[in-house]
Write a protein that binds this ligand. Structure first.
Ligand code: COS
Length: 379
């Protein structure tokens, strides 16, 4: 067993940390307040290769491993979790699935521009009535011979507006239930696609979230990913990888809250001494540090298993469950340690707490992760 990162992994971690502190920190409160998309920052992340970092060089990506991705995600999420989710959707929900299951033509046409960051991607699975119950897809993809006709509505779609390339999950043969579901690559500029208003969210406010409506959208047959009926399994496998990204994001949020709390506890005085010297605070920090470290170990292990081409679905569910619950707990304690200052925006921890909440919900709620983990116990 080797707990050391490679020189390359450490270099990526450092680059992400420097970038986040230099470029993301300054405007993060304002972007969150006014729900402003980080256009310039995303452009820089693209130039640094973060949007296609796990895609292989053969398809114009950075060819980095999942451990490097986790390290970069953690550093970016520490400062601006909304920027990190834009990156995680592109890397793990869109690019990875197309590279693993797409045809050569799909990779040439869609993956390469995504990996170069010229285009951003979005993954459209959730619907008004299909969140956790992902098999209940109401969006239909009618087989019309040489093309499919898409109709329906997708909800809470990250990158819905900024993306050019959608991966859409839809039902082709309802009588076959989940075995009738397909995954399609859809050009966002296709006729018949419209977006709902930007969602006014509790946290991750600057990420770009909308509902997306499809009305008789023509999708060429060659845009279907995998065999007919592969769509549900496709979504499940893509989410296995996605959950490592969200675990890393939750880890970053928790680690950011811990760092801020340690700093604050050494500056703030009460009862004649820095509050760090009060055991009530020091022990909170100790408990926070243990949770952050546990989250890191589970997340890096899931990433490592994926890099070793070993099964990682259960590990990613554990990492996502643990890291997101830890993030919620750690950020709540961080606000408590900061007292009144924690409840105002300038100290960042209230934002981290709002951001943590979403990690318990998206890409499978904590309860869904428990379904995955508990089922694996009796397999
Ligand atoms: N990889 C490959 N196949 C998988 C899979 C995985 N990780 N998980 C399930 N499947 C397959 C099953 O093997 C089954 O196939 P067969 O019928 O051929 O045996 C099929 O998919 C249906 O699986 P299952 O019966 O387990 O489906 P359930 O309806 O019970 O759903 C959960 C399982 C709840 C785990 C799933 O629906 C889920 O993950 N929901 C949350 C979705 C989500 O994360 N939404 C948020 C999106 S934000 S982008």
């Amino acid at each position: 067993m080797n707990f050391n990162y490679t020189d390359e992994q450490l270099m990526i971690q450092q680059a992400a940390r420097d970038f986040a502190e230099r470029e993301l920190l300054a405007g993060v409160i304002e972007r969150d307040d006014h729900a402003i998309f980080p256009t310039e920052q995303v452009k820089m992340m693209t130039e640094m290769g973060f949007m296609g970092m796990m895609t292989s060089p053969e398809y114009d990506g950075g060819g980095m491993d999942t451990v490097s991705y986790v390290l970069a995600m953690e550093e970016i999420a520490k400062i601006d979790a909304a920027a990190s989710v834009i990156m995680s959707v592109c890397n793990s929900l869109v690019n990875w699935g197309i590279e693993k299951f797409g045809t050569e033509a799909q990779k040439e046409k869609f993956l390469k521009p995504l990996a170069r960051g010229e285009k951003l991607g979005a993954f459209l699975l959730s619907e008004p009535e299909a969140g956790s119950d992902a098999t209940s897809q109401r969006t239909t993809a009618e087989d019309k011979g040489d093309h499919y006709l898409l109709n329906g509505t997708k909800n809470w779609i990250t990158n819905a507006n900024c993306a050019s390339t959608y991966v859409v999950i839809a039902q082709t043969n309802p009588e076959k239930k989940h075995k009738g579901i397909n995954a399609f690559i859809v050009d966002k500029n296709s006729a018949g696609i419209s977006l709902g208003p930007h969602e006014n969210k509790m946290g991750m406010r600057s990420s770009d979230t909308h509902s997306v409506m499809f009305t008789d959208v023509i999708v060429p047959k060659e845009n279907r990913i995998g065999d007919d009926g592969f769509g549900f399994k496709y979504a499940m496998q893509v989410l296995e990888g996605g959950r490592i990204g969200i675990a890393a994001q939750a880890l970053g949020i928790a680690a950011g809250a811990l760092e801020r709390s340690v700093r604050y506890a050494q500056e703030r005085k009460a009862f004649g001494t820095e509050i760090f010297n009060h055991q009530a605070i020091a022990f909170k920090l100790a408990d926070m540090a243990v949770k952050v470290e546990n989250a890191r170990l589970l997340t890096v292990k899931a990433a490592w298993l994926k890099d070793q081409k070993q099964p990682f679905g259960n590990a990613s569910a554990m990492a996502k469950l643990y890291a997101s619950e830890a993030a919620m707990w750690v950020t709540t304690e961080a606000v408590q340690i900061h007292g009144g200052y924690g409840y105002v925006k300038e100290y960042h921890v209230e934002r981290l707490m709002r951001e943590a909440k979403l990690t318990q919900i998206y890409e499978g709620t904590s309860e869904v992760q428990k379904i995955v983990i508990s089922r694996s116990l009796i397999k």
